[in-house]
Design a protein around this ligand. Structure first.
Ligand code: DP6
Length: 337
């Protein structure tokens, strides 16, 4: 029977993937470093059968039919696996996230990693972790980092075969937490795939590219040495560097001309400023953001409750706020169930 279920966690980048040299196969402009998030899991079942007329994709715990665009994306990825197995059967795919789609987690990371592992297993293909990471990358760049467990480094490489993520340290290596503050559930107006395409519009793009190799060295060493202060300073500076590129990526993708992409909302900025104050008051917490308004607060595990409390007090400053908080510790890799 050609059927398998797999689970994968989303990941949070401390050194970001922002900008590509090949948009078709997701070859990144630079390497990146991330941690898998226990609070953001996708579980996916893939079944291939000649009884099905065409690929069908269902999402969520209530198995809603997926949009044609998402179904096409899944089919395209399954095609690569069918070709590898030389087995051309239609598939039924059911996928569900443990977190809201719009929470500001890279749902394509956990989604495409889980789809990769479930698909190849269902087809009886025996791939190494490296091969799985390469395959997942071709569906969504960040998905390659959700294959290994714990902390991962994606070596940029310069070809399909040389661009993949490998484990930097297992989940139990370091007890740090991500307190993700979801300030809005509205869909973002510029996808990360489009953001990747616009980086060269930024005047600061070359300067960013020059700075990343040293940052990769610093963040890698800080993780391996469990040096929280160095780690925190670098990851926060890195997030602002990525957003500085976005904010200066001028474009006409939306109605009219825009000087740049603002993924932040007023609440995002308020949290950024609050984090600086909390740190001045002695709380060890730093922040990072992906291509959305969600603020990820990184702290040592023993300070988790204080960080959550600080966020709740800030939220209560205004009655109209409805934030949600998703707490994660370093999680395992993509695996079959
Ligand atoms: C801001 O992996 O979503 O989260 O390869 O086009 O699918 P595609 O892009 P995607 O980009 C993620 C960008 C980011 C930073 C990161 O995860 O490193």
């Amino acid at each position: 029977m050609y059927k398998s279920t797999a689970a994968a966690y989303s990941n949070l980048a401390f050194v970001k993937y922002w900008g590509k040299i090949d948009h078709e196969i997701n070859l990144p402009a630079n390497g990146s470093i991330s941690m898998n998030l226990s609070g953001a899991k996708t579980t996916t079942t893939v079944e291939f059968s000649r009884d099905f007329a065409a690929d069908e994709v269902f999402t969520g715990s209530d198995a809603q039919a997926a949009s044609p665009a998402f179904t096409a994306r899944v089919s395209k990825h399954l095609d690569k696996m069918r070709q590898m197995a030389n087995l051309y059967l239609p598939a039924r795919v059911a996928t569900a996230n443990s977190f809201p789609m719009s929470a500001g987690f890279a749902s394509s990371a956990s989604g495409m990693a889980a789809l990769t592992v479930a698909g190849v297993t269902a087809l009886g293909l025996d791939l190494s972790e490296r091969e799985l990471s390469i395959l997942a990358r071709s569906a969504s760049g960040s998905a390659c980092r959700s294959i290994p467990a714990g902390f991962a480094e994606w070596k940029a490489g310069n070809s399909h075969e040389t661009s993949y993520a490998a484990q930097l340290a297992p989940p139990e290596h370091w007890a740090i937490m991500d307190v993700a503050v979801v300030v809005s559930h509205a869909e973002k107006r510029i996808s990360s795939s489009l953001g990747h395409r616009l980086v060269e519009q930024s005047l600061f793009w070359d300067a960013r590219l020059e700075s990343v190799p040293k940052r990769l060295d610093t963040v890698r060493a800080a993780i391996l040495n469990r040096d929280f202060e160095t780690f925190g300073r670098e990851l926060e500076t890195e997030a602002i560097s990525m957003h500085a590129i976005a904010m200066t990526s001028s474009n006409t993708e939306l109605k009219g001309w825009h000087s740049g992409i603002y993924y932040w909302l007023p609440d995002t900025l308020e949290l950024i400023m609050a984090v600086q104050n909390w740190r001045s008051d002695g709380l060890p917490v730093y922040l990072t953001l992906d291509a959305g308004p969600t603020v990820h607060l990184i702290c040592p595990a023993e300070h988790r409750d204080s960080v959550v409390q600080a966020v709740k007090s800030l939220e209560q400053n205004r009655a109209d706020r409805q934030w949600s908080i998703i707490v994660s510790e370093p999680a395992g890799g993509a695996h079959t169930i």
